[in-house]
Structure formats: C-alpha cells, structure tokens
Design a binder for this molecule. Structure first.
Ligand SMILES: C=CC1=C(C)c2cc3[nH]c(cc4nc(cc5[nH]c(cc1n2)c(C)c5CCC(=O)O)C(CCC(=O)O)=C4C)c(C)c3C=C
Ligand code: FE2
Ligand code: FE2
Length: 344
C-alpha cells in the first residue's frame, strides 16, 4: 500500500514561522447566573476527580441527587450580587482577559510570542485555546495555571486537562508549565504594596490583618499536597515584608465544601471569634486568588464583613486581589519571561 503523501490531513498543517504560545489559565466561571449556566459549570467543576477525590460510587449519587439540584440556584444568587453587569460576565473572566491583553502588550518585544487565556471549567476551554494557538503556528506552548500556590485541585487539574488535549493530537506542540510562585519576591512585594496602598485610603487602621486562602480538605494535605505549607510561607513572607508582629496577623482558610474537615483555622469562624473577643477593626487579604471572584467578593467582602459586624466588630475592609493592576501583571510577566528562557 502506498500512502498518499499529497493528502492534506488536519493533523498536518504546514507550520509557517515557529511561534510560541503563552496560555494563561484560571479556574473558570459560569456563562451566566441562571440555573442552567450555573448547573453546567458546577457539574464540570464537581465531576473533576482532582477536586472531589471521593469514590465515584459515593460521590455521584450526592452530586446528581442533591448538589446539582440545589446549589445552582443558591450560588447563582450569590453570583448575581458580584456580576460585572457592564460586560455581563463574572469579574474573574474580565480580569483574566485583561491580564492576557496586558501580557500581550508587555511581550511586544517578542514578536513570535502569542498570548491567550482559557478557563479550566467553562469557556473558553483549554482544549479550544491550545488548538487555536497551534493553528496560529505555535509549536511550543507555555501553560500558566495562574495559582500562586500549588494544589492538585487547581494546578494539577489544569495541566491534566492540557495534556488530555494533547493526547488527541497527532502533531503535538511542545508544552511547558509554569510552576507555583508562592515565595517569589515580586509577588510578595506586590501583595505588601497592595495592603499598604489600600490601607492608606482608609481613615482607620486594622488591629488585625487576616490572610485568607481557599481551603482544601485536610485529607489532601495528609496525602502530600504542598498547598498548606506554601500558603504558610506566602503568609509569613507577607507579614515579614509588612513588618507586622505575629499577634497582628493570621493565616486562615475559607470556602469549606462538604462534611469533611478542611484546613484550619477557618476564616468564617475566626472572623466571628475575633469580633466576639472584642477586636474592633480587621482587614482581610486573599493572597491565593490572582483575581477577585465569588470567593473574595461575596464570601469575604460581603459575608465575612456582615458576620464581623453582626458579632460586634466595627470596621472591616477587604483588600482587592492584584487583578489587572500593574503590580499584578508584573508578577505574571516575570514568571512568563523566566519560563520562556531558551524558547525565545
Ligand atoms: C471539594 C471542593 C473544592 C476544592 C478542593 C476546591 C479547591 C480550590 N478552589 C480554588 C479556587 C476557587 N474556587 C472557586 C469556587 C468554588 N470552589 C468549589 C469547591 C472546591 N474548591 C466550588 C463548589 C466552587 C463554586 C462556587 C460554590 O459552589 O461555592 C472559585 C471562584 C470561581 C468564580 O467564578 O468566582 C475560585 C477562584 C482554589 C485556589 C482551591 C485549592 C487550593
Ligand atoms: Fe474552590
Ligand atoms: Fe464559596
């Protein structure tokens, strides 16, 4: 049998100039706050084995029987409060797209580098953007899971999804992944600056600064996930950079989900207890989130603030994430330039 070598196969595009793709990836977000959009998003999210590690036999009846029937309404209402009405999308999407546009601007000195963005859950999908970069002529792609601290539930699942796409390609691009940057001096300095800048806009100063990270189940930590220790180190470096004593600073964990024990101390319980103990003024920063999202705007800036006041606290302030600000983009740019070495 002779192969028809003139046949044009979809897997054999002629590569024009060798380009390099940079793909910024964040967690994801629903397309809308309605029941169907919320359900689609939560379904994809909560079916991920890196997120919920329980046996499928145990988890699916709960997921499909209870969670996906009740949570979409509840979470949809919470998203409505924090929705970016101007663009009809969540701020997580707005900020991620802006970060990508700003990164493209910053990398103008590297004309063969293409910058794009994707979401682990929802749209634009990782697979579709890898394909788009490949179609544009990128035979090398730098994958950047935007999480400062590594967790299997976030970083690893992004990488898995990208390699899953490659599994279906005959002619794969070369892939590199950006590692965590939990102790990067540029990142720590950006966080410290964001605290100082924010506090300088207030006519009061906090008695306590909480650094609240998204939690993970304790069992994931016990199985070797480095996330907890990386959060502790980020927190300590931030405290040192700010010159704060240990009694003015706490590291806490938020967004518990399900009945298991999660990393402690819990943010919600801590906020309550501080207020009850007579602490009157607190500030909360979310160093683990590159962009403000439901977990920061609703869970902290709304719910935690409410609970603090309800329990006797007087002043509460939420320090915004680095988002698409100059300092934040500096952090991302530094990581990208470092990891592109040898490719450009
Ligand atoms: C067992 C469940 C979950 C684990 C483990 C988990 C880890 C984890 N998540 C983030 C970052 C984000 N999570 C967000 C929302 C969110 N997280 C879970 C569950 C787990 N997360 C759920 C079910 C949801 C959806 C909202 C809800 O139903 O409560 C978000 C916000 C997304 C948005 O659109 O605003 C982020 C960001 C990290 C960093 C992490 C582990 C380190
Ligand atoms: Fe989460
Ligand atoms: Fe939450």
């Amino acid at each position: 049998m002779t192969a028809d070598i003139s046949a044009k196969s979809a897997d054999h595009p002629s590569v024009r100039i060798r380009k390099v793709g940079v793909l910024l990836i964040n967690l994801g977000t629903p397309d809308g706050t309605d029941y169907q959009s919320m359900r689609r998003y939560l379904r994809e999210f909560l079916m991920d084995r890196r997120v919920i590690e329980w046996s499928r036999w145990k988890w699916y009846p709960i997921l499909f029987g209870i969670v996906l029937n009740t949570r979409p309404q509840k979470v949809g209402r919470a998203y409505e409060v924090i929705w970016n009405k101007e663009r009809n999308e969540s701020f997580l999407r707005t900020y991620t797209r802006n970060q990508s546009d700003l990164m493209a601007e910053r990398l103008k000195d590297l004309p063969n580098v293409k910058v794009d963005w994707a979401m682990r859950y929802g749209q634009p999908s990782i697979a579709s953007r890898i394909q788009a970069l490949k179609d544009e002529g990128c035979d090398r792609i730098l994958l950047f899971p935007l999480y400062p601290q590594y967790a299997a539930a976030t970083t690893a699942t992004v990488n898995d999804k990208a390699f899953e796409k490659l599994m279906a390609m005959r002619w794969q691009p070369a892939l590199r992944t950006v590692p965590d940057y939990h102790d990067d001096p540029t990142y720590i300095e950006a966080l410290a600056n964001s605290v100082l800048r924010h506090l300088s806009t207030l006519d009061w100063q906090p008695d306590m600064l909480l650094a609240s990270f998204h939690g993970i189940p304790m069992s994931y930590f016990q199985q070797g996930d480095p996330y907890y220790r990386q959060c502790q180190k980020t927190g300590r470096l931030l405290r040192e950079k700010l010159g704060l004593l240990e009694d003015k600073f706490m590291i806490t964990f938020q967004s518990r989900f399900g009945p298991e024990e999660w990393l402690q101390p819990y943010t919600d319980k801590t906020v309550e207890k501080l207020a009850q103990k007579g602490v009157k003024r607190i500030a909360v920063i979310n160093p683990g989130f590159v962009s403000d999202c439901l977990e920061t705007l609703e869970e902290i800036a709304e719910q935690a603030a409410h609970s603090f006041h309800h329990n006797g606290g007087e002043k509460f302030t939420h320090i915004p994430c680095l988002n698409d600000g100059e300092d934040g983009v500096n952090v991302l740019e530094k990581a990208v330039r470092r990891e592109l070495m040898g490719w450009v």
